[in-house]
Design a protein around this ligand. Structure first.
Ligand code: UDP
Length: 464
């Protein structure tokens, strides 16, 4: 009898242990969100966890790129629209509404199975944007952990927006745009992540949902103290939750690939032929775009700068794409082999290439981290939301780039590209970028703060 009791309790312990190693991750189906979530999944898998990814039918990740993970598709979550800044809020609200019930049913099935070969999950790690998750996790008494894929500073300053609404200051009046935001130096009101699209009611509803961490047990940030120490300290002070800063995620999981578009690797052979630090790389990430006038100014600014350039113009950037296809003979003659245009680049490889000496970026958080990690200085051209905050930090706090603020004009583009790529000021900027790269690298050293935070996180989920 004693023997029997002992073996059933040890079986129970094994089950418990197995459960403690099984994680359910809920990514948001946008490129800039899927990448860090799948990187986090790889990092946790390397720590011995088994990973299940619950994804939408809209822009799903590619399971064959991650044979070690289980993938489950949340039913009825296919959306027909393409992602654009204009419909972002609609999409996020719709996704959350669509996911809620099917996700709940799925979890109920898993839990009702009571099958030891399908142990329950230790916790759910959800992208902050998939805010339907914590209530459902809570319903099944599972802990949920928020993963914030963008900067800690944007997370912090978003709190200013509902206050501005209460004061009747939204939309922001022109008279205050250049003023500093109290307690958030060096941000100006114009840098706040105010989304211009969607109704005020929708924006505030979204903000309220994103802020709500009441049901979460912890927050993970893809960042580092060396970049955002004071913002992280303020968040820690405001939120009574464990905060883990585990970044840069793409360096902790260097082999993770989760591109939704096919990468055109031919640009690497083209880069191989260029001189060291001579190429300016231009990309606006997966959603932002330029209008036809801006593309034309950009094209001629680059041509006149006489610098080699690698430019990503996605096929979903319809206007830009059409303009490029109808490039004039003059432009083609002027650029010759000096320019390379692709639909989608292997960006991390591009930024790590010796030939790349500058990055014209929209300052998406992943692009910014990827640039910092390779010591590539930036020209910041933010388009919306958190990109404005990041651009301000790149130019004013870390001082590894300049922000281009006014209307795009070919003459100004030509000058700013030359300033970064060939002039003395650009060389100094590149030196600062190298120094920052070394600081960031130190975070993921064996005893670096990001590694330590990762180990603390592993301890946190296995012991809670
Ligand atoms: N990216 C890429 N190839 C490209 C352009 C972008 O692989 O041609 C990747 C880039 O490396 C980054 C992600 O797409 O990981 C974009 O995320 P980010 O946060 O920079 O911007 P978003 O697309 O969310 O605006």
């Amino acid at each position: 009898m004693l023997l029997h009791l002992k073996s059933s309790s040890s079986r129970e312990m094994e089950k418990q242990e197995e459960r403690g190693r099984k994680l359910l991750l809920v990514p948001c189906p946008f490129q800039g969100h899927i990448n860090p979530m799948l990187q986090l999944a790889s990092v946790l898998h390397s720590k011995g966890f088994s990973i299940t990814i619950a994804h939408t039918q809209f822009d799903p990740p590619n399971p064959s790129a991650h044979p070690a993970f289980d993938f489950i598709s949340i039913p009825d979550t296919f959306l027909e629209q393409q992602t654009s800044p204009e419909n972002m809020i609609d999409l996020v609200l719709l996704l959350n509404a669509k996911c809620q019930e099917p996700f709940k049913k799925f979890l109920a099935q898993m839990i009702n199975r009571q099958d030891p070969s399908h142990p329950q999950f230790a916790c759910i790690i959800y992208d902050e944007v998939m805010y339907f998750s914590p209530a459902i996790a809570n319903h099944f008494k599972l802990p949920s952990i928020m993963f914030r894929t963008s900067s800690a500073t944007t997370f912090l300053v978003r709190a200013v927006i509902p206050k501005l609404h209460l004061q009747g200051c939204l939309p922001l009046p022109d008279s205050i745009l250049q003023d500093p935001v109290p307690e958030h130096y060096p941000l100006r009101f114009k840098d706040l992540p105010v989304v211009k699209f969607g109704s005020e009611e929708q924006i505030l509803r979204l903000m309220a949902n994103l802020f709500n961490t009441e049901r979460s047990s912890a927050i993970i940030f893809n960042t580092m103290d060396c970049l955002e120490q004071s913002s992280l300290a303020m968040i820690q002070h405001q939120k009574q939750l464990p905060i883990f800063r585990i970044g840069p995620m793409h360096k902790l999981a260097p082999n993770s690939t989760s591109s939704l578009l096919e990468e055109d690797t031919s640009c690497i052979a083209w880069l191989d032929k260029q001189a060291q630090n001579s190429v300016i790389y231009i990309s606006l990430g997966s959603i932002a775009s330029m209008d036809s006038k801006e593309v034309e100014e950009m094209a001629w600014g680059l041509a006149n700068s006489k610098q080699p350039f690698l430019w990503v113009i996605r096929s979903s950037q319809k206007i830009a794409s059409e303009w490029i296809e109808s490039f004039t003979k003059d432009f083609k003659n002027s650029v010759g082999e000096r320019g390379c245009i692709v639909r989608w680049a292997p960006q991390k490889k591009v930024l790590a290439h010796d030939a790349v000496g500058g990055f014209w970026t929209h300052c998406g958080w992943n692009s910014t981290l990827e640039s910092i990690c390779e010591g590539v200085p930036m020209i910041c051209r933010p388009c919306y939301g958190d990109q404005n905050v990041t651009a301000r930090y790149v130019s004013q706090v870390w001082k590894v780039g300049w922000q281009y603020e006014n209307e795009l004009k070919r003459g100004v583009i030509e000058k700013i590209v030359q300033r970064l790529m060939v002039e003395e000021e650009g060389k100094e900027m590149r030196k600062r970028a190298r120094d920052l790269k070394h600081m960031v690298e130190a975070s993921i050293d064996k005893d670096g703060p990001s590694r330590n935070s990762l180990n603390e996180f592993v301890e946190f989920i296995t012991s809670s």
